[in-house]
Ligand binder design. Structure first.
Ligand SMILES: CC(C)(COP(=O)(O)OP(=O)(O)OC[C@H]1O[C@@H](n2cnc3c(N)ncnc32)[C@H](O)[C@@H]1OP(=O)(O)O)[C@@H](O)C(=O)NCCC(=O)NCCS
Length: 164
């Protein structure tokens, strides 16, 4: 998972010509954190993003004209790829960037010899759940009270997809 990212031309999925995927750097963290605050009621901290980069998670951003519009973070545990974060900045949501990023990340996982992709998602997050279902993720369980919520805790749906 540490090898160079494939170029757009190498990737057989439809990567939009105007957007550009690259590894997240420490100097991206401020922008990424600003997006995280926009899109989540309980965002990560800048420190969590920095730790993800420093610990060697696969951290990818998609940018248009040097502006980050989406990012994804994957942690590998042996041959399982755990999608820890997948986000599109609010003005770019609903335009296909989330699907494109997920397809891109799945291609990277396959190149990294992962056999399964795994993630947690809030049970109320129907937008994300329908995206994951449309790309073949299936529910494998529930984690009770996994997320903080305004009125207590919210369960996570655990989804997985075989990518062997
Ligand atoms: C979830 C998220 C990544 C999806 O990315 P996106 O760029 O907005 O979504 P896309 O335009 O690529 O659409 C992909 C699919 O998502 C679903 N979707 C997108 N917008 C939707 C909406 N308003 N309502 C319901 N489903 C929607 C659809 O299944 C859509 O597929 P379709 O276009 O074939 O109908 C993005 O909305 C986001 O960052 N949300 C906030 C952070 C988050 O919840 N991340 C996931 C955490 S597990």
């Amino acid at each position: 998972m540490t090898e160079a990212l494939p170029t757009d031309a190498e990737n057989h999925h439809a990567i939009r010509t105007e957007s550009h995927y690259r590894l997240m750097r420490l100097d991206d963290v401020k922008s990424v954190f600003e997006i995280d605050k926009q899109v989540y009621p309980f965002p990560w901290t800048e420190g969590i993003f920095e730790d993800c980069i420093k610990t060697g998670h696969l951290c990818v951003v998609n940018e248009i004209d040097s502006q980050i519009v989406a990012y994804g973070i994957i942690g590998m545990i042996v041959d399982e790829a755990h999608i820890l974060n997948l986000s599109v900045s609010r003005p770019f949501q609903g335009k296909g960037y989330g699907r494109e990023l997920l397809i891109y990340l799945l291609a990277l996982m396959k190149r990294g010899n992962a056999v399964r992709a795994l993630l947690e998602v809030r049970e109320s997050n129907q937008t994300a759940i329908s995206l994951y279902h449309s790309l073949g993720f299936e529910k494998i369980g529930t984690r009770k009270g996994y997320y903080p919520a305004e009125d207590g805790r919210e369960d996570a749906t655990v989804l997985a997809k075989s990518i062997a």
